[in-house]
Design a protein around this ligand. Structure first.
Ligand SMILES: Cc1cc2nc3c(=O)[nH]c(=O)nc-3n(C[C@H](O)[C@H](O)[C@H](O)COP(=O)(O)OP(=O)(O)OC[C@H]3O[C@@H](n4cnc5c(N)ncnc54)[C@H](O)[C@@H]3O)c2cc1C
Length: 627
């Protein structure tokens, strides 16, 4: 701290980030403990987020609603307080604000994940050099991911049991801190000398172009059109209105938690695998993930509300141990633990957690449509889809027109609502990767990144690795059926009828397989398959078998994303040889196939497979798929 700053009473810049809430906020608590003379709550509206990240209208709207709600809550504590939004990159804005407003302390909730963690470290180093005290405190997760990894012997947590064993060595998460009921006022907030040139908006890339209905005016000024640090609007971002029914904000989060826990039996008996992915109004799980993601809901608040609800239930039952209480990890607390497990695993890999290349925990499988990488080996921006067979399959999957109603209904729900049930995520992720399409999980994760409100760099990449059997889970022979799986939960096809309205009049018998309905049934349903709704885009069973064979080969070879062979392309050749090897065992390890049999089987099915023609792209060999 410089000598002049050390003499000043604390002037605190509180940077809201992953904590759009006042309750359960260790960082906010620490900031107020400083007894600041002036308290500046700010949000930096980062152009990077708006242009270089496919953010989708529903997530953007949720974020705007959440910061608006936060601003109201700040004003409720002090009429002079509100959330001050500065429109520019945090890397330049935060240091400049510290200087312009004579800040003595910068306080924020620490983000351990993804690009934010890297960027924050840069900001912290810079601000510290200027003599400003930085207080960054964990609060987004229940445990410190770094501490978990250290307690796990420095190894990533690859299972819930390894995560639990490490977590047990730490003290249980504390009860949530209450929200403040009053706040100090901010001091003057001059922005004289701030210019757009010093806080540039990136140009040349706009990954959200397809969503925009008008030009983005949001960054025309640093402090909003009226210079009063206003919250940007969807119109200023050039976005059309959101389509989701899920609305952001701490108030809404706490209301939802309250409502969910009001039904004590539901909390006590919550068993994730039994919750139905076909339920949507209301969903069978809490649907609190968007609120946890943006920090509208504190994870300790959630945890302790669940624990207290279960305790209360126990008491209601006269203290008898109730055998209806679901056990870890299927219970609600267990769900939060899965979240923690992915945060810890991500911490161990850093940015490479979100991609295959360089990722030490991710098996190398020769998926189609893998990422392209920059000179640092990090994935580049998603590329536009062309017209190869796999790109067309990926587009059909994304848009919900695969011809498999269960898959299409989920993907349309995702597009409309920005949220889908966990087991629905399982279904579509398995289908895209090891189940049927053999397309890289990176492509699926990228789509979820665009469409999910709750997108999270740890949970998303982690779960995609799980579902594609690239990490965390290895039973690749367990594939979700596109008819048999949804039928376990709902034989009437509610979700399909809601999100694929063209199929609404099909009888239950054909709701998941309308292409098998006789023509007169299709006519009566007012929907002719191939005209009003697509035929299945692939042969589910044949593709499943082929995918399984190839994943099996990848397992046999045992390469991971950090193996040199994955960098020079030789991994692909090795895998191909392994797949064709007569020793490659099939399915549950019983049936062996010879090359001759494989060829014969391919011919019988008329499988196109992937062509032998290859090209060299970005230094690695890529398959060219012939249509
Ligand atoms: C392919 C795939 C991608 C996913 N991507 C994301 C993502 O980007 N962001 C995200 O928050 N979740 C993701 N999940 C995990 C999970 O599906 C969602 O967290 C959950 O469905 C959210 O609904 P809920 O709030 O009703 O969950 P509940 O069942 O009510 O669980 C409570 C909370 O626990 C956490 N949680 C539960 N299951 C998981 C899990 N498997 N992994 C991590 N956290 C979990 C969430 O924060 C959730 O809100 C993904 C799952 C899959 C299969």
């Amino acid at each position: 701290m410089t000598s002049s700053q050390s003499k000043l009473p604390p002037r605190v810049l509180y940077w809201f980030r992953t904590d759009l809430r006042l309750h359960d906020s260790p960082a906010l608590h620490a900031a107020l403990e400083l007894k600041p003379e002036f308290f500046y709550p700010i949000w930096t509206w980062d152009p990077q987020y708006v242009f270089a990240h496919k953010v989708g209208v529903n997530r953007c709207n949720f974020l705007l609603e959440s910061i608006e709600n936060l601003s109201f809550s700040l004003t409720a504590c002090n009429p002079k307080a509100k959330l001050h939004v500065v429109r520019g990159p945090p890397q330049t804005v935060i240091p400049a604000l510290c200087k312009a407003w004579n800040i003595t302390h910068l306080v924020y909730e620490k983000d351990t994940a993804g690009y934010a963690a890297v960027r924050d470290a840069e900001i912290k180093a810079y601000v510290l050099k200027e003599g400003i005290e930085v207080i960054d405190i964990l609060g987004h997760t229940l445990y410190d991911p770094q501490a978990i990894i250290e307690l796990n012997g420095g190894k990533p947590t690859m299972s819930i049991s390894s995560w639990s064993a490490a977590a047990k060595k730490l003290s249980s998460p504390s009860r949530p801190l209450p929200p403040p009921d009053k706040l100090p006022s901010p001091g003057d907030m001059p922005l004289a000398g701030f210019s757009r040139e010093d806080h540039p908006v990136m140009t040349g890339v706009d990954l959200n172009e397809a969503y925009r209905v008008s030009a983005t005016t949001c960054f025309d000024t640093m402090a909003g059109p009226d210079g009063n640090f206003s919250i940007p609007t969807m119109e200023e971002l050039g976005f059309p209105p959101a389509t989701t029914s899920i609305h952001g904000g701490e108030t809404e989060a706490l209301k939802r938690l309250e409502a969910y826990c009001a039904d004590k039996a539901r909390v006590v008996k919550f068993a994730k695998p039994k919750t139905s992915p076909a339920e949507f109004d209301p969903p069978a799980t809490t649907q609190l993930s968007p609120y946890l993601k943006f920090g509208c809901l504190g994870s300790r608040e959630f945890l302790w509300r669940v624990r207290d609800t279960i305790d209360q239930w126990d008491k209601d039952e006269n203290g008898k141990k109730n055998n209806e209480i679901t056990e870890h990890p299927e219970n609600l607390e267990g769900q939060l633990c899965f979240r923690e497990m992915y945060y810890a695993a991500e911490w161990s890999q850093g940015l490479r957690f979100g991609q295959i290349r360089g990722n030490a925990i991710c098996r190398f499988i020769d998926w189609r449509l893998q990422n392209q990488y920059d000179a640092d080996g990090l994935k580049t921006h998603p590329r536009p889809l062309g017209h190869t067979r796999d790109e067309e399959r990926l587009s059909a999957w994304k848009e919900g027109r695969t011809g498999f109603p269960w898959i299409d209904a989920i993907m349309r729900q995702l597009r409309q609502e920005g949220w889908i049930h966990h087991l629905a995520r399982h279904s579509v992720a398995c289908f895209l990767t090891r189940g049927q399409c053999y397309i890289s999980w990176e492509r699926g994760a990228e789509t979820f990144d665009e469409l999910l409100i709750d997108w999270d760099p740890c949970a998303n990449a982690g779960n995609w690795m799980w579902l594609s059997c690239s990490a965390f889970f290895s039973m690749y022979y367990r594939v979700y059926g596109v008819k048999s799986f949804p039928e376990k939960y709902d034989k009437t096809g509610k979700l399909v009828r809601k999100f694929c309205p063209e199929l609404v009049n099909f009888p239950d018998k054909f709701i998941y397989t309308p292409h098998l309905a006789p023509v007169d049934v299709q006519e009566r349903a007012g929907c002719i398959i191939g005209r009003d709704y697509p035929f299945p885009m692939l042969d589910e069973k044949a593709e499943k078998e082929q995918c399984m064979q190839r994943v099996k080969a990848a397992y046999a070879l045992g390469l991971y994303g950090n193996d040199p062979a994955t960098f020079d392309g030789s991994a692909v050749t090795k895998l191909e040889q392994e797949a064709e090897s007569p020793n490659t065992v099939y399915r549950e390890g019983q049936k062996r196939e010879t090359n001759h049999n494989i060829q014969k089987r391919k011919q019988q099915r008329g499988e196109e497979g992937i062509s032998a023609k290859r090209t060299k792209v970005n230094g690695i060999k890529k398959y060219l798929v012939q249509k």
